[in-house]
Design a protein around this ligand. Sequence first.
Ligand SMILES: C[S@@+](CC[C@H](N)C(=O)[O-])C[C@H]1O[C@@H](n2cnc3c(N)ncnc32)[C@H](O)[C@@H]1O
Length: 436
Amino acid sequence: MEVREIPIRQIERGERFREDLGDLTTLIDSVREKGLLQPISVCPHPSDNSRYLLLAGERRLTACQRVGLDTVPALVREYRGEIDRREIELIENLHRKEMHWTEQAALTAELHRLYQEKHGQEWTQRRLAALLGRSLGDVNQDLKLADAIQAVPELGRAKGKKEALTIVRRLEESASIAERREQVLAEAAEFDMVEIAADNYRVGDAIEGLEELARDGFRNARLYEVDPPYAIDIARVKTQKGSVQPTGLSEYHEVSAAELREMLGKLLALAYEASQPDAWLILWYASKNEVLIRAVLEASPWSYHPVPAIWVKEKGVCLNPPTVLASCYEPFFVCRKGNAQIVRQGRSNVFQYPIGDPKKRRHPTEKPLDLMRDLLTTFAHPGDTVVCPFLGSGNTLLACYHENMYGLGWDLEEAHKVRFLEAVREQFGKKEESDA
Ligand SMILES: C[S@@+](CC[C@H](N)C(=O)[O-])C[C@H]1O[C@@H](n2cnc3c(N)ncnc32)[C@H](O)[C@@H]1O
């Protein structure tokens, strides 16, 4: 390979990847002052031996042209056939600095395709990673992103690979939710419990749902299990710096403190109306909002015990370990209507259950099934009706089914319902199987 001074007019750009050359001012100034320090790469033109094809250095070539140079230093590479030429061009380009992430993904994918053509099945992503001196995971991400950009070009507007990958994951998740919904509902007839659960888990606003129940004269609830959005900017609390969002966080409907106050005010009044003369209501809240919650309860028709009960987890969450203790529990108020009696009398106000494997959770603020079973059986009997206005994972309904209680409730998100129905299918099986 030799470096030669080649007349710029003899160089053809060919099919280029780089569409936006970015700001060339500094490069032009440098070429004007010191000439071009790093040669561009070219190869002989395949059909015209008086010309060359540009392989790498489009910005440098353009800067030389703008400065008005007639010739440019170029490394002339020989090649055997079109695939070889393209291969050299791609590898040269992939080693360029400051490449936009979309270009890197497109070039990596193009090179992979090229080698698949050349080597057939023997060519693997691992070999491509070794060739480029990159990790397998990195190359795999680029191939995935290149495919995704083909399907959804708007993805190219993401600020970087990390953001683009998060969007791809969400798109995959929502596509799979739509398919999973079809499947689980299509099978519902074979799975008795799935059919019942699909009816109990309503997608919609809890307040509107409760208004409808109250209007229709529903007075059946023995227990309300109320776990509303917490008004604590959940995305910040749940997403540690640099980590990936847990499942379903993008589908979590957070509210402001003022919205929470208004929503709970309405909910407590409606729940009081749509329940038995003797009934319980459990209200979960974030400690940060305790003053607000007590004020809402004071203004409601429910009486409540001033000492909250707590669910203690084995591990705490802490965003600021130097100054704040890790938070290991969640409180709830126990509210009472009429002459309601505790079923498991003498039970302490501490409920201790591990949060469970985060990878197996279906919802970002899911409460464990065993905790829900304990809560339900503390306040209600088999055959009682439990209403859960903010269902999330639906574990309250699952607990009802395990404890032979009736349950119903709402969530704004269909995706949570689909994951819940899949859990029902898993836990209760087909009619014949669950009978056997
Ligand atoms: C704290 S989470 C409930 C978690 C649930 N206890 C569990 O174990 O999975 C609150 C849920 O309320 C839902 N939500 C928010 N606003 C709502 C509304 N107005 N009506 C119904 N659901 C709502 C959110 O989508 C979220 O899933």
